[in-house]
Design a protein around this ligand. Structure first.
Ligand code: AMP
Ligand code: ZN
Length: 124
């Protein structure tokens, strides 16, 4: 845990969050400033600053983060679905911001899951 890291503090329960998932490796909670009707962050419990700091040692963790995204989207009502006629509906965006030019504000790795009607028309 990094002392001055806001997401480490959320992981430790020192700062409140609207938690929607908690397992051995990851938590997920609602973004405090949502860019779309559904906007959650998937956060590893381990402090890793950015995607660029990930190595081969983090392959399984990153895979877990990616696989959790559609599950949470489904749970929150923005899952991707194809009906019996073949018509596709729903869906969500997944996003890692990395570094200043990538728009990263919190330097603890997190995956944005952004859903609802046309979330790509939002600010991100
Ligand atoms: P990024 O720009 O990719 O670093 O995204 C950081 C995200 O964290 C932003 O969307 C913020 O709204 C969100 N955020 C910052 N502080 C909190 C908090 N205490 N609880 C929930 N979300 C937060
Ligand atoms: Zn941290």
């Amino acid at each position: 845990m990094l002392d001055n890291c806001i997401f480490c503090k959320i992981v430790a329960g020192q700062i409140p969050s609207k938690l929607i998932h908690d397992d051995d490796d990851l938590i997920a909670f609602h973004d405090i400033n949502p860019a779309a009707p559904v906007h959650v962050l998937i956060v590893p419990k381990q402090h890793i600053a950015t995607l660029s700091d990930c190595t081969e040692n983090h392959v399984a963790l990153l895979g877990k983060m990616m696989l959790l995204a559609p599950k949470l989207a489904q749970q929150l009502g923005c899952g991707y679905e194809v009906d019996e006629t073949g018509k596709a509906g729903g869906g969500f965006k997944t996003l890692f911001n990395t570094g200043p030019d990538g728009g990263q504000e919190v330097y603890h790795l997190h995956l944005h899951v952004i859903g609802g009607p046309k979330p790509w028309r939002g600010q991100r």
